[in-house]
Design a protein around this ligand. Structure first.
Ligand code: ZN
Length: 116
């Protein structure tokens, strides 16, 4: 691989790392919609027209699963947060590919600031 291609990869990686900063709404969870029956006896929900959907985000946090109720006004932004998590994992996969290329070229971990 030429030096130019190595430079391209490093540039792409920098852009991806920059993009990570914009993913401020990340939510690692899955989406659940529920329809429910209430306690009012004569309500239409008892005849099949259930209330809902009510939205929940199922979150695995440190090994514990929680369901968080999401009000309708926040459904759009919460869905965006879930998509941002997907983007995060795509970026990690792409950076892994780039770094594997750099390992192959013996250009990995050289002259780079290290955090760990
Ligand atoms: Zn009802």
């Amino acid at each position: 691989m030429s030096n130019i291609n190595v430079k391209k990869l490093i540039n792409e990686r920098s852009q991806l790392l920059e993009e990570l900063k914009s993913l401020t709404q990340i939510l690692h969870g899955s989406w659940v919609e529920r329809y429910s029956i209430c306690s009012r006896k004569n309500c239409k929900c008892h005849k099949g027209e259930r209330h809902g959907p009510r939205h929940y985000l199922v979150i695995n946090n440190y090994g514990r699963q929680r369901q968080k109720y999401i009000p309708n006004s926040l459904v759009d932004s919460t869905q965006k947060g879930v998509r941002q998590y997907q983007r995060l994992t795509d970026i990690i996969d792409r950076i892994t590919c780039i770094n594997l290329e750099l390992i192959k070229e013996r250009k990995y971990g050289q002259n780079e600031p290290t955090v760990m």
